[in-house]
Design a protein around this ligand. Sequence first.
Ligand code: FES
Length: 163
Amino acid sequence: MTPNMTNEEKYALLEDFINQQENKSTSLIAILHYAQELFDYLPNDVQTFVAQKIGIPTARVYGVVSFYSFFTTKPRGKYKINICLGTACFVKGSDKIYNEFKKQLSVEDGEVTQDGLFSIHPVRCIGACGLAPVVMINEDVHGMLNAKEVAPIIKSYRDKEGM
Ligand code: FES
């Protein structure tokens, strides 16, 4: 995400990126990735903009966005808490950790806390089964967790933000 940029600047960068693509239509996924990097999610306005600039029906963009789980149409927190519910993590109690995050933050899947800091996202195996149960918060990996560690972890991010 690029929080210090205005939306106008983000749209300008996105347009430049689209114009650099040799075959705009086959570059749709790369364009949407870039758009999500800029805006952090893909609201309808951004999807419509992409469709218009490429010259394809908006429905095709919607279709791609809803097909791939790495695209999201909802705003996310500054810290995205990806909780692995894959088998290895699940058998080691990741459901308890997941419920504890929801309880501590008073949010459901995909919702953002009122302070805008956190959102919770259940995910499938993230390839770190040896550390099960695993939670990734942005790029940080927290492994071998138990539910008691959830509150201190949240606090450490709040402290970082001075909140
Ligand atoms: S199942 Fe959780 S990292 Fe593989």
